[in-house]
Write a protein that binds this ligand. Structure first.
Ligand code: ADP
Ligand code: MG
Length: 621
């Protein structure tokens, strides 16, 4: 007989134990996943207190106890059956509404999956029931419910114990990391769930030692959430974050966004929640990245705890077995809201830099924790703050890129002389104070009402130039200046090609280039506000940038990125001596410029020391 299906057996239905084990592979991939499912069940049951106990990284024991409503005796058997759930109501014709989910669980998979790969016992008591009842499942085999002792003080609740996880699937056991690594994952899961529910008390114990103890917060909306986040994320969190809360249509975005100077090396410090569910959603991650894009270097990540709440019908949570990904019905709305809310909050923080900067400088001294007064409240007009570091010897282009002569967005070249006449004695009442000295040709020391400010002149100027370029970009183009003698720059043939392909965009940014033979580019004009720049270095940086930027970026985002490297190249170097007038102009300009608390790479542009801290240093307090 011709065998057209070599190596295959006839089709047969798998026994339920095998089905459960296969499903368990998706849902329960490691101890932390079991903890997540069990804690979610406790929250769905209305628990006010959840106690998690772990032994040997969860491979010995995972135990989750709650004081929720409990499971009635006659439902215990159903609870461990596949696709059995109390969280979806079948409508007419057996239809269930998967787009109207108000609970953490709904798939009816967790308990049968755990029961298939471990020794599972559930002890539960409902309010008013005389006894607690217990059911055992071992590698998929079930024993009927029997009465059990109820050690807990609460009137109702459930204790789920999972022993010898993966004993029934030894192959999976081989994939486990160290007990320590598994325990860290467990701790992570509990913390993330706890962040979303300040109203619930959580404890976590590992091998008999308490590793987390969180009491329930009375006011879970505002102060409670802040307190819960601080308890989990550490004392640095609150003073280095900005609260935000915005609603668009029926979508609400609230939580805390880290100051750009409070950045980290991984995205692990971004905690995202959709309707109270911790998620790792690409759309949200992308929106956060976009909002911080020009405030942080590419390899740094902001800290944030962001809570998105929207009607359940607007979000599909049934796209991932572990429910960590979601899909939004109106993705553009959600993305716009996140980027908008974050940008708004960050702009409001203005020149406020992270308190950790000043504190680490002082070795544990307290740093200012309140935001500075609103920048614009100081009534400083941005245009009047112009100052010029451009050396003479350049000719001003008679027209502004993209704007016909006569309608130029900016007047004559800015100069220090146009600085608003702030009286010396008044200057110290500005947030960044009155410049008193420049030291090492790098730092400006200013006196404020109640302390001193030290500004990194290069970092600060870079930010100002960048924000200015962005603003000009929106207003029609960046003013450029012609070079007396066009500069010839030699590059790789491919680099030159990539740059020339963007010549039009670059011209909008004030950089006019032309082809000049293979691999050679001629620079005719440069952005006026950069002053005298090293054109060859700038072109190389830009070529790198353009090579690195993905197609996904919008034109504007690309331009902003290019602005950023231009600003870095063209800004006042450390080592340039400034006059008092120039220094004060820089300070006033910083106060009036959004995001001036950090340079384009997320480094702070200034630190502030309060008089009180200085007094402490000298033992006067
Ligand atoms: P799902 O949570 O998706 O419904 P599970 O397998 O996690 O599926 O749980 C099955 C059912 O068991 C739940 O629908 C719920 O009725 C019940 N259950 C599980 N854990 C608890 C608990 N801690 N307290 C009360 N009921 C629970
Ligand atoms: Mg569940």
């Amino acid at each position: 007989m011709l065998n057209c299906r070599p190596n295959l057996m006839p089709i047969a239905r798998l026994p339920p134990e095998a089905v459960n084990r296969i499903a368990a592979g998706e849902v329960i991939e490691r101890p932390a996943a079991a903890v997540k499912e069990l804690v979610e069940n406790a929250l769905d049951a209305g628990a006010a207190r959840v106690a998690v106990r772990i032994e040997r990284g969860g491979l010995g024991l995972v135990s989750v106890e709650d004081d929720g409503g409990g499971i009635p005796r006659d439902e215990l058997t159903l609870a461990v059956e596949r696709h059995a759930t109390s969280k979806l109501i079948a409508g007419v014709g057996g239809d269930v509404d998967l787009l109207n989910i108000h609970t953490m669980g709904f798939r009816g998979e967790a308990l049968p999956s755990i029961g298939a790969v471990a020794r599972l016992s559930i002890t539960s008591k409902t309010r008013g029931a005389g006894d607690a009842w217990r059911i055992d499942v071992e590698g998929g085999a079930l024993t009927p419910p029997k009465p059990a002792a109820w050690a807990s003080l609460s009137a109702s609740g459930t204790l789920v114990e999972v022993r010898d996880l993966f004993f029934a699937t030894p192959a999976r056991l081989k994939f486990m990391k160290s007990e320590r690594a598994e325990m860290m994952a467990v701790s992570d899961v509990v913390k993330r769930l706890a962040m979303a529910r300040p109203d619930v008390a959580f404890t976590l114990e590992h091998d008999g030692r308490a590793s987390l103890r969180l009491s329930a917060e009375a006011n879970p909306e505002n102060e409670g959430r802040r307190a819960r986040l601080a308890a989990i994320l550490g004392a640095d969190f609150a003073p280095n974050c900005i609260a935000l809360d915005q609603v668009r249509d029926e979508v609400r975005m609230s939580g805390f966004a880290g100051l750009p100077t409070f950045h980290r090396g991984t995205r692990e410090h971004q905690h995202l929640f959709v309707n109270g569910r911790p998620v790792k959603d690409k759309l949200i991650v992308g929106a956060v990245r976009a909002a911080y894009q020009d405030l942080l270097a590419r390899d740094r990540h902001p800290v944030a705890a962001l809570f998105l709440d929207l009607p359940p019908s607007e979000v599909d949570v049934n796209v991932h077995p572990a429910k960590t990904e979601v899909r939004f019905r109106d993705a553009a709305l959600v993305r716009g809201l996140i980027v908008g809310a974050l940008s708004h909050a960050l702009a409001g923080a203005g020149h406020r830099a992270s308190t950790t900067t000043a504190r680490s400088a002082l070795g544990g001294f307290r740093a200012p924790q309140t935001p500075q007064p609103g920048l614009r409240a100081w009534g400083v007009a941005e245009e009047s703050l112009a100052y010029d570091f451009a050396p003479s010897g350049r000719v001003e282009s008679s027209w502004t890129a993209g704007v016909p002569a006569g309608e130029a967005v900016e007047a004559a070249p800015p100069s220090a002389g146009e600085t608003p006449a702030v009286q010396e004695e008044d200057a110290q009442f500005f947030p960044l104070g009155a410049a008193r000295a420049q030291i090492h040709e790098t730092y400006i020391v200013a006196q404020t009402e109640d302390g001193i400010v030290i500004v990194d002149q290069h970092a600060a100027h870079e930010r100002l130039v960048y924000e200015r370029m962005k603003q000009m970009l929106t207003n029609g183009g960046v003013r450029r200046q012609g070079l007396l003698i066009p500069e010839v720059v030699e590059l790789d043939a491919s680099e030159a090609e990539a740059l020339l392909a963007r010549a039009e965009e670059l011209a909008q940014l004030g950089l006019v280039i032309e082809p000049f033979g293979p691999g050679v580019v001629l620079v005719r004009e440069t952005p006026a506000l950069l002053g005298h720049i090293d054109a060859a270095g700038l072109l190389k940086d830009l070529a790198d940038d353009i090579a690195e930027l993905g197609e996904a970026n919008t034109l504007k985002e690309r331009l902003e990125d290019v602005c950023s490297s231009m600003a870095c190249r063209g800004s006042v170097r450390a080592g340039r001596r400034l006059t008092g007038e120039e220094m004060n102009a820089l300070l006033r300009h910083m106060e009036a410029t959004p995001f001036s608390g950090q340079c384009n790479h997320g480094r702070p542009t200034y630190v502030e020391l309060k008089l009180a801290d200085i007094e402490k240093l000298f033992g006067r307090r």
